[in-house]
Design a protein around this ligand. Structure first.
Ligand SMILES: C[S@@+](CC[C@H](N)C(=O)[O-])C[C@H]1O[C@@H](n2cnc3c(N)ncnc32)[C@H](O)[C@@H]1O
Length: 291
């Protein structure tokens, strides 16, 4: 069961889901700007959003406060780090990324690990088509790297998590990754999604679910409250903080059936931080395992 849902706006439809996609343009540009993604994954929209945010970013840096760009970089690098460790230890041979947006993770991992892994990245139809076209034009897709359309809420005529699993060999470890998704879903939707992910992972030898986690007690300052409100106006589905602290998120995942749940803090991992701990402390990464 997923707990308390502190929602700023509650309207939610599948159409609302598409309104979340613009946030992927911004994060996509953050990855390109920081050298994590190739330039062809940047969009004009992403660049415009990035430059519009720049004064706030500069002010946040000057005041030593949390900076969204640094929070994004910390969570992205920490998810990469945990996923690499799972692959290199031999526990994971397949990766299903949900709501991948314009993230370079699939590209990077498929390139780095080659046929050692199968990487399937997914998003809503419009975003998945954009990503597929960009990667295909760059000649970057291969037999071990696919882009598929997948609505995590199960829209009409959509593939669901179960059908996407046909790409992965049973008995070999599978990781499901989501980054920057949970806060746009209601508590009920997160609960349903976690149950489906848990059920999807069970047939695989070892299962790992990785996701960033933002909790409401971290929205400490007026700048964060304002930032979240702004995002809530922009994203029609609203921005949700389901848990007051990470212990509650951990307990909810355990109640879903995951055998082991670890909450990782970016500041415990040298090399994932840009800027100060003020930003790193604002995000955690959940690692939930099935055996
Ligand atoms: C903030 S972006 C994050 C993108 C990417 N993970 C990253 O970190 O750069 C949120 C993503 O969630 C996707 N999304 C929103 N609702 C979704 C749904 N119901 N099913 C699948 N993807 C969804 C959006 O299209 C968008 O790409």
């Amino acid at each position: 069961m997923v707990g308390h849902d502190e929602t700023m706006r509650t309207r939610r439809t599948h159409h609302g889901s598409e309104s979340i996609s613009p946030t992927a343009h911004y994060t996509g540009y953050v990855w390109v700007h920081n050298g994590l993604a190739p330039g062809y994954l940047a969009t004009t929209r992403g660049k415009a959003y990035y430059h519009a945010m720049r004064p706030g970013t500069a002010l946040g840096r000057m005041l030593g406060g949390p900076v969204l760009e640094d929070v994004l970089l910390a969570r992205h690098r920490l998810i990469d780090r945990l996923l690499s460790t799972a692959i290199e230890s031999g526990r994971v041979r397949g990766v299903l990324e949900l709501a991948a947006g314009l993230s370079p993770r699939g590209l990077e991992f498929a390139h780095h690990y080659g046929t050692e892994i199968t990487y399937v990245e997914t998003d809503l139809p419009g975003m998945a088509a954009r990503k597929y076209t960009a990667l295909r034009r760059a000649g970057a897709l291969g037999p071990n790297h696919r882009v598929e359309s997948l609505d995590v809420l199960g829209g009409h005529d959509q593939e669901d998590v179960t059908t996407v699993l046909r790409h992965f060999a049973r008995g070999r470890g599978l990781a499901v990754v989501s980054e920057g998704l949970l806060n746009y879903l209601s508590a009920e939707e997160v609960g349903g999604l976690w149950s489906r992910i848990h059920a999807a992972l069970r047939p695989f030898g070892e299962g790992l679910y990785l996701s960033d986690l933002h909790v409401s007690t971290d929205r400490r300052g007026p700048a964060e409250a304002f930032g979240a409100r702004l995002l809530g106006m922009f994203v029609r589905s609203g921005v949700h903080f389901h848990f007051t602290d990470s212990a509650r998120a951990r307990a909810a995942l355990r109640a879903t059936g995951f055998d082991r749940v670890t909450v990782h803090h970016p500041s415990d991992f040298p090399g994932v931080l840009t800027g100060g701990p003020a930003s790193a402390d604002r995000v955690r990464v959940l690692a939930a395992e099935t055996r």
